[in-house]
Design a protein around this ligand. Structure first.
Ligand code: APR
Length: 230
């Protein structure tokens, strides 16, 4: 076993104090996902969308990576084969824990995207509607660099190549409700990889995994990595 792809979702950051998306009432921090996470929502009410992401960006300053992020960073340092960590999360806890071989397929809170010049750049603090682009200086055209519903996730070519080449695929803290990430397990099975799910409860795609471990990521992920690295 040489090549590993790991997919993470909101559940891995839950024990750090960041909310997951799909609670029992289908609401997220008081908002419907479609009111804040779509290009249509941004055209309709940019103030609301900016408030929502500005609050989430501010929250990053109050949280720390947990034992699951730290264990994945150890795996990144010590695993001798290929390894790719693909996260659906827009927080920065994986990189703060030390993971390097990492892709943010749904974008990042700490990045901005200028719709005037199409550049992407690091962003700290509130963005708001009137932010100026640090590259072209145009004001009012900078949006959060987040992949919204209906938009194409980032780095799909690289991710698909890694999925087709991997020997082990591990899905951590994701409900398996959102494609294309929810379909990764099917791709790797087709290519002959082993599959492991680590989650608080069975995800929507749980039946596709060879092995399932249910419990808090902060306990289950370090345990699995300890077994793997010895
Ligand atoms: N440890 C492990 N798993 C947990 C924990 C925990 N401490 N807490 C919650 N979970 C699990 C939940 O049981 C759930 O299955 O994490 C999963 C989180 O699921 P979602 O809230 O649906 O988050 P995610 O799968 O990352 O959402 C995917 O949806 O809204 C979009 O773009 C957004 O990236 C996001 C995507």
């Amino acid at each position: 076993m040489k090549n590993i792809v790991i997919l993470t979702g909101a559940g891995i950051s839950a024990e750090s104090g960041l909310a997951t998306f799909r609670g029992p009432d289908g609401l997220w921090e008081g908002h419907r996902v479609e009111d804040v996470c779509t290009p249509e929502a941004y055209s309709r009410d940019p103030t609301l969308v900016h408030q929502f992401y500005d609050a989430r960006r501010a929250k990053l300053g109050e949280v720390e990576p947990n034992a699951a992020h730290l264990a994945l960073a150890r795996l990144d340092r010590e695993w001798p084969g290929e390894l790719l960590l693909v996260t659906q999360n827009v927080d920065d806890l994986h990189e703060r824990a030390g993971s390097k071989r990492l892709l943010h397929m749904h974008g990042e809170l700490t990045s901005g995207w200028c719709l005037a010049c199409d550049e992407r750049f690091a962003w700290a603090g509130p963005m708001g509607e009137l932010a100026s682009c640090p590259v072209c200086q145009v004001a009012g055209r900078v949006r959060p660099d987040i992949v919204w519903f209906g938009e194409m996730p980032y780095d799909m070519d690289r991710i698909e190549r890694a999925l087709m080449d991997c020997d082990l695929f591990v899905s951590i803290g994701t409900s398996g409700a959102v494609y294309p990430a929810a379909g990764f397990v099917q791709t790797v099975r087709y290519c002959g990889a082993r599959t492991l799910e680590i989650n608080l409860e069975p995800s929507q795609g749980s039946i596709f995994f060879d092995e399932r471990r249910y419990g808090p990521a902060g306990i289950e992920v370090p345990k699995w990595i300890e077994e793997l690295l010895g």
